[in-house]
Design a protein around this ligand. Structure first.
Ligand SMILES: Cc1ncc(C[n+]2csc(CCOP(=O)(O)OP(=O)(O)O)c2C)c(N)n1
Ligand SMILES: [Mg+2]
Length: 582
């Protein structure tokens, strides 16, 4: 970087220094100058898709899988508004994205209205202020470099999206680059723990671990975000205690490790896991947030007085709270303590029925058997990352067991449809690793056609497309089945037409053969799995029923509305003449 540069050139140099290799974008006249600047640069490649939501999801997949900054570049208004949903998802799921938007120049703003504008010039900026940790319009040449540095610094330390709006007349403006930014090494310092609080938190937790007879570890998603997986593994092996992970943290602990017991999702966990968590005399919950998806929509099954609960920068040991302690420091330090080693024999549990593979059987392919086949495939071939789409496969994906160093990605909390296929493409662009995508037909109809971009970039995901002719996850809870229909697409034929390979599988054997064939080819593959309309994965059915129950009016509200006539509320127990909530 030089001490004075055009803003566009500075941005390119800055992103290269931050380790960014690819940008995801879709051009428009209000961003074209910036777009071309990125496109001209060696070492920074611009990747386009057909619709902006996919641009956002691809940048998200790139950021999650490479752990670098994901950058997207879109035009103002029509383009920027189109990435609201993926950016909101990245905010909710703490993915470091940088949104670069173009915008109208100063002279044209004075016209009174410029095409693509919604309410007023600043409207888009206001929207993104809601969805990012920092959002700026770069207006002042003297401040521009510092503003970029501040926004990116916050994005990377808070793991939330940031937003920079660069109006088209700013791209070629020469800006000063402060010396410390020109000399920047591309990294930001990690937040540090308060040494005294860290030592005390660790001593407190270690003392309880030494007394515990049946501890268990719950791994949460922040272990991944804070890059503390290795420390977590060391701690688990030192304790020899069973490990479960939450739904959002699937894959944060090697799923083929002998201490892995499975996925904990509150009351939806396999009964053996629920029993083991309940009978633990100490639960070490590390990096897990209290979301409905982590807890299975129920209050925690873990008693606070028998737990150590650490999230980033805060550790609760029973009822003691230690602030300013980072998760990674806490786990690493705890793993260095003298701790007793358990000898429990741990088994892995999931929710699948272990049906036998019968070659030649013409029985229709069930979701249960589809997932068994995906596991069979992954057990024999390492190196595939797995992406799961919202819909039945978000829960079905819980049953997938990864091997080796494979990673698992899903929008487990924000749960937007349309994520998985573009995210898998963005991930392969960043890591070079091929992925297996679990996707419903409804999800595919949102962003799946973006897979047509795969051949020209040499991308090769294998999509296991579950064709149940509609938005199947809602079938158990909706009387109006007709509202869940979608048009029948010839998915396998479309794959062929788009330059990939399409295979239709209607039985378990056909699926096994299709996956084997998919592994052998270098193109992308869609394995269209035709399944019975009403079949669902084991957890989806239970989850969607429980969720529908919550949608009904609460008995409390219903009862209180009719209280005058009906007497005491039904959700209230009358004890010693006083009303107390049950
Ligand atoms: C963007 C978005 N819109 C709507 C939803 C609500 N939603 C969740 S699952 C689902 C249907 C999924 O259908 P499909 O992809 O075919 O999966 P299936 O459950 O049938 O396997 C819908 C509409 C959502 N999660 N995201
Ligand atoms: Mg479907």
């Amino acid at each position: 970087m030089r001490s004075r540069m055009r803003l566009g050139d500075f941005l390119v140099a800055y992103l290269l220094r931050a380790g960014v290799t690819h940008l995801f974008g879709l051009p428009g006249d209000l961003v074209l100058g910036l777009f071309q600047r990125f496109g001209r640069t060696r070492g920074l490649e611009i990747v386009t898709f057909s619709h902006e939501p996919s641009v956002g999801f691809a940048a998200d997949g790139y950021a999650r899988s490479t752990r670098r900054l994901g950058v997207l570049c879109v035009t103002y208004g029509a383009g920027g508004h189109n990435v609201v949903n993926p950016v909101a998802g990245a905010y909710a799921e703490q993915v470091p994205l940088l949104v670069l938007s173009g915008g109208p120049g100063e002279a044209e703003q004075k016209l009174g209205g410029i095409h693509h504008q919604a309410k007023d010039v600043e409207g888009q900026h206001r929207i993104f202020r809601e969805l990012t940790c920092d959002a700026r319009i770069l207006r002042h040449p003297d401040l521009a470099a510092t503003e970029v540095h501040e926004v990116v610094g916050r994005v990377l330390s808070e793991h939330r999206p940031g937003y920079l709006e660069i109006h088209r007349d700013m791209v070629d403006v020469v800006i000063p680059v402060p010396r410390e930014i020109a000399a920047w090494d591309g990294t930001f310092p990690r937040p540090a723990s308060d040494e005294r609080k860290l030592a005390e938190a660790v001593a407190d937790a270690a003392a309880r671990l030494r007394r515990a007879k049946r501890p268990i570890l719950i791994g949460g998603v922040e272990l991944f975000r804070e890059r503390a997986e290795r420390e977590f593994l060391t701690l688990a092996e030192k304790l020899g205690a069973p490990v479960v992970t939450t739904m959002l943290a699937k894959g944060v602990f090697p799923m083929d490790h002998p201490l892995h017991m499975g996925i904990h999702i509150g009351p939806f966990s396999p009964p053996e896991i629920q029993r083991r968590v309940r009978s633990a005399d100490l639960v070490l919950a590390l990096g897990s947030r209290l979301t409905d998806m982590d807890l299975g929509g129920a209050p925690p099954q873990v008693r606070r007085d028998r737990s150590v609960w650490a999230v980033n920068e805060r550790v609760n040991v029973s009822f003691h709270t230690y602030t300013d302690v980072t998760l990674r420091d806490f786990v690493a330090r705890l793993a260095r303590e003298k701790l007793p080693r358990g000898r429990e024999r741990v088994r892995y549990f999931d929710n699948l029925r272990k049906t036998r593979f019968a070659p030649g059987a013409a029985t229709p392919l069930s979701i249960n058997d589809l997932l068994l086949e995906v596991n069979h495939f992954l057990a024999e071939r390492s190196g595939y990352d797995v992406f799961a789409e919202s819909g039945d496969m978000l829960f079905g994906g819980l049953e997938v067991r990864l091997r080796g160093g494979s990673l698992y990605f899903a929008q487990g909390y924000y749960a937007s449809m349309g994520f998985a296929i573009p995210a898998a493409l963005g991930a392969q662009i960043g890591t070079g690793r091929r992925s297996l995508v679990l996707c419903g037909d409804g999800g595919f109809q949102m962003t799946g056609p973006e897979i047509a971009h795969a051949p020209r970039r040499g991308l090769s995901p294998i999509v296991v497309l579950v064709n149940n002719s509609g938005w199947g996850i809602f079938r158990p809870v909706t009387p109006r089945q007709d509202l869940l229909e979608i048009p029948p697409w010839p998915y396998a034929e479309l794959a062929q037409a788009w330059g990939g390979v399409g295979i239709r599988a209607q039985t378990r054997q056909e699926l096994r053969e299709a996956l084997r064939a998919a592994h052998e080819v270098r193109e992308f593959v869609i394995v269209e799995c035709v399944v019975p309309r009403d079949d669902l994965s084991p957890i989806s059915r239970r989850y969607i029923r429980a969720s529908a129950r919550k949608a009904r009016p609460q008995s409390g509200r219903a009862a209180s509305q009719g209280r005058a006539k009906a007497g005491p509320r039904k959700d209230v127990a009358v004890r010693k003449g006083r009303a107390a909530r049950t």
